[in-house]
Write a protein that binds this ligand. Structure first.
Ligand code: UDH
Ligand code: NGS
Length: 353
């Protein structure tokens, strides 16, 4: 049988030593190829197979839209975050509110670790739809303030608001002036941050549903519409007391609140008159969402019913453009930054004789 001459010749041409040499060369070649491939992946292969094209594209988009133009200030390197969803997905609805528990503010601070000094908070993962200053008229109601902070901080965080708490404490023992304290809160909060919404809340009122959002609407908002002490309904249609919210434009339009209501009653009716006199209406949540509980208490010293209140309400339209934030005078006596709120002690001046 004839043998393949080619096979015959190659076999004959490869003695043992040469075969070993060829094998060694082959192994060397393979090793070299492997090292080059490895080096390529480690240092030079960014745009190669294993990069994540989708992530790269997103990066690129953010970078290109954030690219500072010649006239722009260089922006910070933090990536832009989107607006918080409306409504907030964190809301839980009806809440159990009770005042028999004892509240320790140190504990409240620990359970709200994201609240910053002075009672400031803003959501981390999204941009809050509004910057809200919460303003509380105050004098000697520390027990009530504890409940307010205990309940409201978690609610306001679930509502994903960028907010700050301002307790406006009337100095001295003269007759109380709720509306003037609220005007002062407005002015002072604005000095601290670019708030665009102002929620004015009595210290003893707690919402029973976190869907009652403590923010501003296209019309001035009345939030305390369904109080337990009134059998969960409005005491009268024009009622605007307890808790209300006005944006900067609405508040300025009515020249703020009146400064000349000393003692209890009527200032909220005056505010209602101001709003309607300027052609605005009142926005309200429904009676279920708007349920709230009041901490029962006796009448405070130096806050007796104001005998002049009916006469004053009758003249709102004549007085409102003079009496308000335009004519507001006061002195800040003390500013205290507590972990859960900012307390401003203010001199509101003496009531008229
Ligand atoms: N406030 C104080 N200190 C005072 C007076 C009033 O902090 O000395 C503040 C506080 O935020 C309060 C708000 O002003 O929630 C409204 O005042 P108010 O409590 O006098 O009004 P309210 O309608 O009570 O809550 C009226 C007296 C009810 C007497 C009931 C007697 N059974
Ligand atoms: C009205 C007062 C309001 C007060 C409301 C509820 O009569 O200021 O009662 O008061 N107006 C006048 O007195 C003119 S409450 O029952 O909550 O104490 O807000």
């Amino acid at each position: 049988m004839m043998k393949d001459p080619l096979l015959q010749s190659s076999a004959a041409a490869l003695p043992g030593a040469s075969l070993q040499k060829v094998c060694k060369l082959l192994v060397l070649f393979c090793a070299l190829h492997l090292s080059v491939t490895l080096l390529y992946f480690m240092f030079g292969g960014e745009s190669s197979y294993y990069t994540e094209p989708q992530q790269n594209q997103i990066h690129h988009k953010v970078n290109s839209s954030n690219e500072p133009s010649a006239t722009q200030e260089p922006s910070s390197s933090a990536p832009a975050i989107g607006d918080c969803p409306d409504p907030s997905p964190l809301l839980v609805g009806p809440l159990r509110i009770e005042f028999s528990i004892s509240v320790d503010l140190e504990q409240v601070r620990r359970t709200n670790p994201n609240v910053m000094e002075g009672g400031r908070y803003k959501p981390k993962d999204c941009k809050a739809l509004q910057k809200v200053a919460l303003i509380i008229p105050f004098r000697q109601r520390d027990e009530h303030l504890k409940y307010w902070l205990y309940y409201l901080h978690p609610i306001l965080q679930r509502q994903q608001l960028d907010y700050g708490i301002y307790v406006i404490n009337q100095d001295g023992n003269a007759t109380f002036n709720r509306a003037k304290l609220l005007n002062i809160g407005y002015m002072e909060a604005l000095k601290e941050y670019d708030y665009n919404c102002f929620v004015f809340s009595d210290v003893d009122l707690i919402p029973m549903d976190d869907r009652n959002i403590y923010k501003c609407y296209s019309q001035p908002r009345h939030l305390a519409v369904s109080m337990d002490k009134f059998g969960f309904r409005l005491p009268y249609n024009q009622y605007f007391g307890g808790v209300s919210a006005l944006n900067k434009e609405q508040f300025e339009k009515i020249n703020g609140f009146p400064n000349n209501y000393w003692g209890w009653g009527g200032e909220d009716d005056d505010i209602y008159n101001r709003i309607t006199a300027k052609g605005m209406s009142i926005s309200r949540p429904d009676a279920v969402t708007g349920k709230c509980k009041m901490i029962r208490h006796e009448r405070d010293a130096k806050n007796d019913p104001n005998p002049k209140r009916f006469e004053l309400i009758g003249r709102t339209r004549q007085t409102m453009d003079q009496d308000g934030i335009k004519s507001l005078t006061y002195k800040v006596i003390k500013t205290e930054k507590f972990p859960l709120y900012t307390k401003l002690t203010v001199d509101v001046g003496p009531p008229p004789r």
